[in-house]
Structure formats: C-alpha cells, structure tokens
Write a protein that binds this ligand. Structure first.
Ligand code: NOJ
Length: 552
C-alpha cells in the first residue's frame, strides 16, 4: 500500500499513540522496544489507522518516562537502534501507516551532552547560556532566583551543586530537576531544534507531536519577574502573550520558522501542539501558518454527560475554523486516567483523590465505564476532524489502581511529596495474550506490574469476541474510512437532553445515549454499527452510540 501525496491527509486522520516502553517487548528485558512495534504492524493495520505517534524513544534515564531526552537524534539502546527505527518506519509506510515522533523542546535531560558541558563550565560561559543559569538570592546566593514553581518539584530552580556543579548558580526546570529548561533566547537552541526536526523528517517521519508547546519562550529579562503559580487558561488569555512562563507571543515566531521547514517536504510535514491553553488560545498554535493542529484536551476532563460533550464539540469546531485547521479529539493519552475508569465514576467524584485512595474512596461501575468509553469513542470518531487513540483504549482497559508504592515510576508522585499517585496506572504494558509471561508483552516480565484481570482484556481474547471493545473499534475504524465526509456536521433535535444526534453531509448519522433511559431512533436511518447491543425497533440503550446511514 503506498502513501498518498495528499497534503491534507492529516485533517481527518486516525492517529494511534504508542507508548513504546509499554507496547511490546521483543527482547525480554521488561521494556517495550522498537522491534516490538515492528513485530505488531499487522495489529496496527487491523485498526485501519492513518498514523501512529510514538512517545519518546530517545536515549533517556527515564526519569520522566523518556520526556527527559539525552540525545534528540538517536534511539535509546534499551529500545533499539536507528537501524531498527528505519526498518520500523519503512514497514509502517509499506502498510500505509504514517508516523509522528514526539519533540520535547522545552527541556532536555541532565544527561544531555550540552547540560553536562554547562554544569562543568563557568558562569556566563557560552555553554551555560544554552540553559537558564542564574545567581541565587540571599546574602550568599542560597535562595532560588525566583518563586517560579515546577510541575514535579516545589521550585523550578535547583542549585547546580546537586548536579555536580562547582559554582554557586541555580538552573531552571519547569519539570523535574533532571529536566533542565533550554534557553530559547539563544539562537543556537533554535537552530539545534531545526536540525532535529530535519533529521527525523529526512528519515521519512511524517509528523511531530510537540511537547509543552506553549512553554519554551520565557520572559528572561532582568530582573526576573515573580510567577508564584502557573496561570490559569483565563489568566493566560488575559495576559495576551505576556505571561512570564507560558504562551508567550515569541513562541509563535518559532513555529512560523518550523512551518517553513515542514513545507519543504512533499507532502509537507505536519505537527500537533500539546499546549495547555484554552480552546480559544489554541487557535494560534493550530494555524496552518504554524503547527497546523493543537490537541483539544477538553474532553479529557469531561464527564459522560451530553451537554458537556456538546459544548466542547461546538467550541472546538468554531476554533478549528478560525485556525484554518481541523480539530482533534481525544479521550485519553499517557498522562490521563483511562476513560473506562473515568466514566465509571460518578461525575461528583474528584478523580485525583479517588486515584490516591487506590480507587477505594467511591465505587467504580466498571461495566458502565467501559460501555460509556466505547460509546464516547464512536462519537468522536464520527465528528469532523482527527481522532487520537491511546494504546489500550481500543481494549477498554481500565486504569491500574493497585501499583505498589515501591514500583511507582512517575515523577509526579516521586518528586512531588508523594501526594498524587500519578500516571503509571495508564502506562502498564499491553496484554497481548490471555495467559503467559506478562500476558504476551514479553518474555522477561513487565516494567510496571500488570493486574491479574489483564488477560481477559488481551488482544487475543478480545479478537475472538465480536462484542468486545476491540472488535467494535476495529469495525468502527474500518467503516470510518469509507464514511469520511466533508468537515461539517449538523445537530438534530432529539427531545431528550441526554441524547446527542448529529449528521455529516453525506448522511452519516451518529446518535449517543448518555442517559439512563432508553431512546428510540426508529425511522432515523439504517443501522451500520453500534458500540453495544441495540434493542428492538430502534431502541438505543443507555451508554450506547449508534451509527446510521440516512438521507437526512
Ligand atoms: C507532557 C508529557 O505528555 C508528559 O508526559 C511529560 O511529563 C511533560 N510534558 C514533560 O515533558
């Protein structure tokens, strides 16, 4: 199968996120790897995907799951080699699947050659100017230079002595101390990232997912300003590109330059921003003069409630039009609680507190959660725009709640006063088989413990069951390819506040019942697929989506 040269291939694509360490282990060391991915291309093909996005696979000490990058232009030897990557890429392309790689431009790792040079160098040197080093406050510089917070530690500043530095400076990191922030006011850094993008684009990579895309540029003018907590979306909007740490106007100049590079390829390379800004704030990042797409994360926080979904959908479509882009839909990624679990909790439950209680503080309706998640997925697949699926979502996997404290890897927990249990529960390796060593993940165990029930959710078991989430996803994704319509939709009145019905210009209708009552759609069209069993004569049970073909 050859890849089309259509420069708009991404606008309504299905992109499947692979978390490489947890996808498939080919050499029995307990960590998923590149050859593991290559060995499962048949599986990826069975999902009718347009593209896969690989979370970082670069050399890394894995302090933050690979988002601490030692070398942007290589493959972690624990995961394979560049030759393995090239083989994977050519086999994916041969199967008609494109590939996105993750670019982490806000910070490197402390093991990056340039950070090692910076720590060994003198204050004020060119080597230090690649990162953000400053003298501390206090009589002898014993206090951090500012009050900036870090995501994974109380302060965004660590004294260089902690990293072996011999001087009395502090360096900045918005995430873990092992993730020092680059100095984006230094042209050398801008050029190095252009080199990295070109390196992967020349190898044939089709797209890029940009990590913390609203960071990078900071207000580093002296004296550094106070920013004791991160600004909310609203505050970022009001700051209008002048917040000290995030969403600054200058970052858009970076992306305009990246766009020029993307356009040098045929078809042009594409990118999607991970920018923690409001739906309105995302417009600039998503503009086709910049990255071209920006994740719409609003559904990640939504409850399975019709009106919540509807408001988010309407807002996203308006903003995508403003950007000249298509919108993106996702219910999950490697930073989020699995949707089957989220939707199995009452909307009033605080999800973080619930996770911290190991899932004991309120009851979980597992079955309802799984049904709702599959129904939600079929809804987003039918919307205009691009659908992102996170590995395991197609199996209806639940969050793993009982990872023992001693096995937690996430810095969100380890570096943050052990307050929030973090994100490991959605990163547990995939179950491929019902039984056997790590349920077919590999022969050498699994780097995060898999719960006993994982075998029942395995690809082997679900492939054999026509009513499983996997079978429903497979059919939906295959049908979606044949149903793709112009990027438009119309809402239809249902007379039930818990039922959403929309259609696409070619007569593809989607009805989702978010409520607890049955809904009757008799006469609305011919059923082509549903996320669960339907009743007789147009009966749509609770937590179910149906696709219809009609002349509406
Ligand atoms: C966002 C990534 O998705 C997350 O996993 C990571 O911890 C942070 N960025 C820092 O790179």
């Amino acid at each position: 199968m050859s890849l089309s040269k259509d420069k708009n291939w991404w606008r309504q694509a299905v992109v499947y996120q692979i978390y490489p360490r947890s996808f498939k282990d080919s050499n029995g060391d307990g960590l998923g790897d590149i050859k593991g991915i290559t060995s499962k291309i048949d599986y990826l093909s069975s999902l009718s995907l347009d593209a896969v996005w690989l979370s970082p696979f670069y050399p890394s000490a894995l302090v933050d799951g690979g988002y601490d990058v030692d070398d942007y232009r290589d493959v972690d030897p624990k995961l394979g080699s560049l030759a393995d990557f090239d083989e994977m890429l050519s086999k994916l392309h041969a199967a008609g699947i494109r590939i996105f790689v993750d670019i982490v431009p806000n910070h490197s790792s402390n093991l990056h050659l340039w950070f090692k040079e910076a720590i060994a160098a003198e204050p004020g040197s060119a080597a230090r100017n690649r990162y953000i080093f400053r003298d501390g406050k206090g009589a002898s510089g014993e206090l951090p230079p500012t009050d900036w917070p870090s995501h994974f530690a109380p302060s965004a500043w660590t004294h260089e002595s902690k990293m072996g530095g011999k001087h009395n400076q502090w360096y900045c990191h918005l995430f873990a101390p092992e993730q020092p922030d680059w100095n984006w006011d230094n042209r050398e850094i801008e050029e190095d990232f252009l080199k990295t993008l070109k390196f992967w684009a020349d190898r044939g990579v089709d797209g890029f997912r940009i990590d913390v895309a609203h960071a990078m540029k900071k207000d580093l003018s002296e004296p550094l300003q106070s920013q004791p907590r991160y600004a909310s979306h609203k505050e970022l909007e009001l700051a209008n590109g002048t917040n000290v740490l995030f969403d600054r106007n200058e970052v858009h100049e970076v992306y305009k330059e990246w766009r020029k590079l993307f356009e040098q390829y045929d078809p042009p390379r594409v990118a999607v921003a991970e920018a923690n800004v409001s739906a309105e704030g995302a417009v600039k990042y998503a503009s086709t003069a910049e990255l071209g797409q920006c994740f719409n994360f609003e559904l990640l926080d939504a409850n399975f409630i019709a009106n919540e979904f509807k408001l988010i959908i309407d807002r996203a479509l308006v903003n995508a039009k403003k950007a000249g882009s298509s919108t993106t839909w996702c219910l999950n990624n490697h930073d989020q609680m699995r949707p089957a679990t989220k939707f199995g909790l009452l909307p009033t439950v605080d999800r973080v507190n619930w996770r911290n209680s190991n899932g004991t503080s309120s009851p979980l309706d597992e079955k309802l959660g799984t049904q709702s998640a599959v129904a939600g997925s079929m809804l987003i697949m039918a919307l205009p725009g691009c659908t992102y699926i996170y590995q395991g979502e197609e199996l209806g996997l639940h969050e793993v709640m009982d990872i023992p404290e001693s096995e937690i890897q996430d810095p969100q927990y380890l570096r943050n006063h052990k307050i929030d249990k973090g994100r490991d529960g959605c990163r547990v390796p995939l179950p491929w088989t019902k039984t056997g060593s790590s349920f077919g993940f590999g022969d050498g165990g699994s780097h995060l413990p898999q719960p006993k029930h994982f075998g029942d959710y395995s690809i082997e078991v679900e492939s054999a069951d026509p009513s499983s989430p996997l079978s429903i996803f497979r059919k939906a994704l295959a049908l979606r390819k044949t149903l793709i319509a112009p990027e438009d939709m119309t809402w239809h009145e249902t007379g039930d506040a818990q039922v959403l019905h929309f259609s696409r210009p070619n007569g593809w209708n989607c009805i989702t019942n978010f409520g607890r009552n049955h809904y009757n759609f008799d006469g609305a069209g011919e059923v082509i697929h549903s996320s669960g069993p339907l009743g007789k004569a147009g009966d749509l049970p609770p937590a179910t989506t149906v696709w219809l073909r009609s002349s509406l």
